[in-house]
Write a protein that binds this ligand. Structure first.
Ligand code: HEC
Length: 488
């Protein structure tokens, strides 16, 4: 199974607890309760799982205001002005066996939240002025979401899910919490912070013109791919440059797409003309960037996996799209012929990552079975070789851009190097103290970086495995921890 800590559970790292709007309403009783700002978020959290357009438990879909008032099999559940006569509220606070959410299915709605719903009904169960009663509430809530401004100093470390060296080989971009952070890795100094709408970055790739493509999301809420100019001018905050990638159009240069859940992986072809991104909606969206960012267009949506797409790579001059799936397979899609050409089933467990040789002669995949497996992208999905070595699940595999070398990262807290021609084991790189979710090579291929669950980042030299720098990439958190990992 997918370890809970991977991708889904935000608890430990999600420290910026957005103050529920509902509490704000309570603190200001004079202001009437807003349906969309105060009530809808409560319904989304407690009810939509069973009462949306898909599930409709009791034939009751509450994801639009109109449908909410209409109710289910028993008819209108809300009597405006009368919370005590409204089944809708009654079921939330019911002490009887029949409660909502059903007793065996979830916790009761917190008292303060039920009180807000009661107050809203008492005030007439009105919709906010200017809103369409037919509007999809999930979408309306998503539009209204305002990303929090990242704190100057993180009280807790943020998971590192993605890393990328800058094209000049001098800095490292790290996915933070609603931001990207840029580090001078020779000194371990934070130089730049780029605020993002996305809570987490899961995939980073520089385009040939130096712009940075970022795949990310907010677990279970939204996902997107946006492109940033991290060289744009920012504001100084105590020696660190702050770029507003949420609102500043000079920083956020392109918004390629967004979807209802996280986008988990991203790849750009060697010539920068194709960008592919996949995620929780099981699809990989492939964009044609050959006429520049301005004219970027969606070329195809590849729905080739039965579950989340966890990894992507583009090889053979844009001919092959390699994908890794939670459905326990690695696959090859012919981007030109628009056809599925290989399904590789040997992992028999979650496949987290894929990579391939640039010339298209070999594909590689890693997963929960702890194996690195290689196969032919143009063959029949037959395994050529498999090797073990990692002591736990393997999350990512990346190809060195300058030499036949692979790097893998694992839940065993290490990054390992491999010969891409024969899968002979190279160096095992240690220094990280938790699951290593992210790994990448520098553009020159001389350095490799790993990032872990506890915010740790280490940069190693490929040639001898020596550590260039180890630091915690959660801003301000550095001061409270020992940046050098304990020596064993
Ligand atoms: C885990 C699933 C689940 C969740 C979560 C859930 N419900 Fe239900 N709900 C049901 C099922 C199943 C029924 C139909 C059986 C019944 O009426 O008891 C139902 C029926 C209802 C009905 C009656 C509809 C009708 O016309 O018969 C109302 C009202 C209702 N739910 C309100 C809520 C509210 C409000 C919430 C959130 C606070 C909520 N439910 C959360 C499963 C759920």
């Amino acid at each position: 199974m997918l370890p809970c800590r991977f991708l889904t559970c935000a608890i430990a790292a999600c420290f910026v607890i957005a103050m529920p709007q509902a509490q704000v309403a309570l603190a200001q009783p004079a202001k009437p309760v807003s349906f969309i700002n105060d009530v809808a978020p409560i319904l989304k959290e407690n009810c939509f799982a069973c009462h949306d357009a898909k599930k409709k438990s009791g034939k009751f879909d509450m994801t639009s205001f109109e449908k909410l008032l209409a109710g289910g099999v028993n008819g209108e559940p809300i009597v405006p002005g009368k919370p005590e006569a409204s089944e809708f509220h009654g079921l939330m606070v019911s002490a009887d066996q029949r409660r909502m959410p059903p007793r065996d299915k979830g916790e009761a709605v917190p008292k303060e939240q039920a009180a807000i719903v009661a107050q809203w009904i008492k005030e007439g169960a009105k919709l906010d002025a200017g809103m369409d009663a037919k509007a999809d509430l999930v979408k309306e809530l998503r539009i209204r979401f305002k990303p929090p401004v990242p704190p100057k100093e993180y009280p807790f470390p943020a998971i590192v899910n993605a890393l990328a060296f800058t094209p000049d080989n001098k800095q490292l971009v790290v996915g933070g919490h609603h931001e990207l952070t840029v580090w001078d890795f020779a000194t371990g100094k934070l130089v730049k912070r780029i605020y993002t709408r996305s809570e987490r970055a899961y995939g980073l790739a520089f385009l040939p013109d130096g712009k940075l493509a970022v795949a990310g999301g907010r677990p279970g809420q939204e996902g997107d791919v946006r492109i940033y100019d991290i060289e744009a001018k920012g504001k100084d905050q105590d020696g660190v440059e702050i770029l507003d990638g949420v609102n500043d159009k000079k920083v956020l240069v392109k918004h390629l797409f967004d979807v209802e859940d996280s986008v988990l992986c991203l790849a750009v072809s060697a010539d920068g003309k194709i960008l592919a991104a996949g995620g929780c909606d099981r699809a990989v969206r492939v964009f044609d960037l050959s006429e520049g960012l301005e004219k970027a267009k969606l070329d195809q949506v590849v729905e080739n996996h039965a579950d989340w797409v966890l990894g992507v790579a583009i090889i053979a001059d844009g001919k092959y799209l390699l994908t890794a799936g939670r459905d326990k397979t690695a696959k090859v899609w012919d981007l030109k012929g628009k056809d599925s050409v290989v399904t590789f089933p040997e992992h028999q467990n979650i496949v987290y990552g894929v990579a391939g040789k640039a010339d298209g002669s070999a594909g590689f995949s890693v997963g929960a079975d702890r194996q690195i497996r290689t196969w032919k992208p143009n063959g029949e999905g037959k395994q050529v070789r498999a090797v073990g070595g990692h002591g736990n699940e393997v999350f990512k595999i990346v190809m060195n851009p300058k030499q036949p070398m692979l790097a893998t990262s694992s839940a065993d807290k290490t990054v390992r190097l491999w010969n891409a021609d024969n899968l002979a084991a190279g160096k095992t790189l240690s220094g990280l103290n938790d699951f290593v979710y992210a790994v990448c090579f520098s553009p020159e291929g001389d350095l490799v970086a790993g990032g872990s669950y506890d915010g740790g980042v280490v940069v190693w030299k490929v040639s001898d495995g020596s550590t260039v720098k180890a630091f915690n990439a959660s801003p301000g958190y550095v001061a409270k921890t020992d940046p050098t990992p304990p020596k064993k």
